[in-house]
Design a protein around this ligand. Structure first.
Ligand code: WT7
Length: 655
């Protein structure tokens, strides 16, 4: 761990009670109700989850055992059979929801589409049949590299329907990053689009897939299914590449959902860790379906009358759990928007809220900070009165951004749910229940019922009230990641060994620092490992360093996070050059571009500083602590006596 002690400076005393009218009609109406659920779950987690699984989901066959816990490996609903696509679609078709909007979609250029549950079901079945006709069988992995169009959700549900785990790669990742992920997952099929619209330009998705799989560099890929979106010219390789719209007209709409084992893999989603290699986070079917269903229902208080909008991209876990699976399993109306605020249309989010009468809105602090900068006039020029609940996720929200969100967007009347969770956790872990929990700006408040969370020191001992420590989860939960794809050992090392088990009790180490206040509220303080949170997206310092070092000019690179007003953190890279290269601004730009090509635009370093040498310990470990201080222009904190060469720091300071 790079931070020996964690100090919290935030002292926030404001408290906001849920409006009475909100509480009265909420699923969970009071703190007493929350506490009763929490206590019930804590006393017997298995009985608690089993009861909900029975009530809320459809099972082809009931489980034999609720939980099989062989730390750190958990199995939930062992022996149970279900299909999440069935729970998201088929079961609603026998109710009035058959003709309810499942997805409302708005494209960036202003085109739009609404799919009812019946229509969505039909298209999912058709795509499932097309996927099958391309040789994909139960258990085969399918890579998705998609823009934010309904077909992204359709493809996910189609894969789930036939039991082919999907691995969605965010459309902003580069061809290089896509190649690595497809190879790690040994994907048999890739589903993509010709391109996508982003900030008034088109992004060449199909061309990136072509580059990723060129020269047999991903030998497992046999076919590519291409959705037409932008109508830009693309190369179609005969025999390998297939247009979805051509296949769809021939495809039968009859495709019964496969009976999946509760523990069958539903998807792999790659996330950054402390080493260069992205981790394939594995989620399975039953526990994930139940947990995303329950968390959305209680934390977002979903009702049949709501239009619910989560602004994330389906390429992230937020999109998986809270655009697609959680909302559809609940029979909710989920809004999907292709665009992002851009210079030509900074108010586009508020136009969408007004156009569709959005009731529940879920976004990230980085977006909120950007809105604050653009000025209150933009949201104030729109009618946002339909909103009744707001959510935030991705990083700690600054209390002032929270207050702005509350007053300017929420009109002072909407509770805010600050949801702390991770790709690994599958669903919300710490979150207010909006009809019950009084909120404090900047706190994700309390654990969801069934989640046992605490803040401990590195020995696993609880720290005192308001003392900083490591956020841990003490009991398995249904949607926890099951392993790192193909690497059980990495799973164990990364999440279960930092804090040693006490009396055989394993705890999940989240990688975040936190404190708990006198009311038992959690305050998450950010990552304690070498992970940088840029605009709510995790990037491993090692990944960026590896990308830099792969450029011929770079001898060595060290990357740290630096505070950024909008993005939360920005990437600051220290680079030493190979002998024949000279520092120049052109080279800085070239290196930034190189990182974009290797990983994607989200990883572009904000600043690169050339150095003669990097500060290292006598054993050769880069001392990032000092680099962090340098990057943020602070004085060096801590002891430099373990440094191999003291003069290195003086030179770096001169920059
Ligand atoms: C990391 C997980 C879960 C979807 C978005 C990101 C940070 C996330 C919060 C929050 C403080 C937060 C943590 C966490 N984080 N939500 N409400 N308050 N920090 O998913 O890419 O897996 O990143 O995001 O540092 O560990 P992810």
């Amino acid at each position: 761990m790079s931070q020996p002690t964690i100090e919290s400076v935030l002292q926030e005393k404001r408290l906001f009670h849920p409006p009475e009218a909100f509480s009265q009609s909420a699923h969970i109406k009071s703190m007493a109700d929350y506490q009763a659920l929490y206590d019930k779950a804590a006393a017997d987690p298995q009985a608690f989850w089993a009861e909900l699984a029975e009530q809320e989901l459809h099972w082809f066959k009931k489980w034999d055992q609720v939980l099989d816990w062989q730390p750190p490996f958990a199995k939930w609903f062992v022996g149970g059979k279900l299909n999440i696509s069935y729970n998201c679609l088929d079961r609603h078709l026998t109710t009035w929801r058959r003709n309810k909007a499942a997805l409302i979609w708005e494209g960036e250029p202003g085109d739009s589409r609404t799919l009812t549950y019946a229509q969505l079901h039909r298209e999912v079945c058709q795509m499932a049949n097309v996927i099958k006709s391309l040789g994909v069988k139960k258990g085969d992995r399918v890579g998705l590299y998609m823009p934010m169009v309904p077909e992204a959700a359709i493809a996910m549900l189609a894969c789930a329907r036939i039991g082919a785990p999907h691995t969605v790669v965010f459309g902003g990742f580069s061809a290089e990053a896509l190649k690595d992920r497809l190879n790690d997952a040994t994907a048999k099929l890739v589903i993509t689009a010709d391109g996508g619209f982003r900030k008034d330009k088109t992004i060449p998705l199909k061309a990136a897939v072509d580059a990723a799989i060129a020269n047999n560099s991903v030998p497992s890929v046999e076919n590519v299914l291409v959705v037409q979106r932008t109508q830009q010219t693309v190369h179609m390789e005969p025999g390998r590449d297939h247009w979805w719209h051509e296949r769809q007209v021939e495809a039968s709409a009859d495709c019964p959902a496969e009976e999946m084992d509760a523990e069958d893999m539903l998807f792999i989603l790659y996330t950054s860790g402390t080493t260069g290699k992205p981790k394939g986070v594995v989620h399975t079917t039953g526990g994930y379906n139940l947990y995303t269903h329950m968390t959305l229902k209680w934390a977002f208080d979903i009702k049949d009358t709501d239009v619910y909008w989560c602004t994330a991209d389906v390429g992230w876990i937020t999109g998986h759990s809270y655009i697609v699976y959680g909302p559809l399993s609940n029979g909710a109306t989920s809004l999907m928007y292709e665009g992002v605020p851009r210079p030509s249309n900074p108010g586009c989010f508020w136009d969408v809220v007004e156009k569709y009468g959005v009731n529940i809105f879920y976004t990230a602090p980085t977006a909120i900070r950007a809105f604050i900068k653009m000025g209150d006039d933009i949201p104030k020029a729109r009618d946002l009165s339909s909103l009744r609940l707001l959510g935030t996720v991705g990083e700690p929200i600054n209390p002032e951004a929270w207050m702005w969100y509350h007053s300017v967007i929420g009109g002072g009347k909407c509770p805010i749910v600050d949801t702390w969770w991770q790709t690994e956790t599958g669903g919300f872990m710490l979150t207010p229940l909006p009809g019950a929990t009084p909120t404090k700006p900047g706190s994700a408040t309390k654990p969801f019922p069934g989640i046992l969370a605490d803040v401990v020191d590195l020995e696993g001992n609880p720290v005192g009230t308001n003392e900083g420590g490591y956020l841990v989860i003490q009991h398995p939960w249904p949607s926890m990641m099951r392993t790192v794809y193909g690497d059980d050992d990495r799973f164990r090392r990364t999440y279960w060994e930092h804090i040693p088990p006490k009396d055989g009790q394993y705890v999940y180490f989240a990688g975040d620092g936190a404190r708990k206040d006198e009311d038992g509220y959690f305050w998450v303080m950010g990552r304690v490992d070498d992970v940088i949170n840029v605009s709510g997206h995790r990037l491993g310092t090692m990944e960026v360093e590896s990308a830099l070092v792969s450029h011929p000019a770079v001898a060595e690179a060290a990357v740290v996070g630096r505070k950024d007003e909008i993005k939360g953190e920005d990437i600051f890279a220290f680079v030493t050059l190979e002998g024949t290269y000279n520092p120049s601004d052109e080279l800085k730009n070239e290196l930034k571009q190189h990182v974009v090509a290797e990983i994607g635009a989200i990883a572009r370093p904000g600043e690169i500083r050339f150095a003669d040498a990097l500060p290292k310990t006598r054993s050769g470990k880069i001392i990032r602590r000092f680099l962090r201080n340098l990057a943020s222009g602070e004085d060096l904190v801590g002891d430099a006596s373990t440094m191999e060469d003291q003069s290195v720091l003086d030179k770096l300071r001169e920059g």
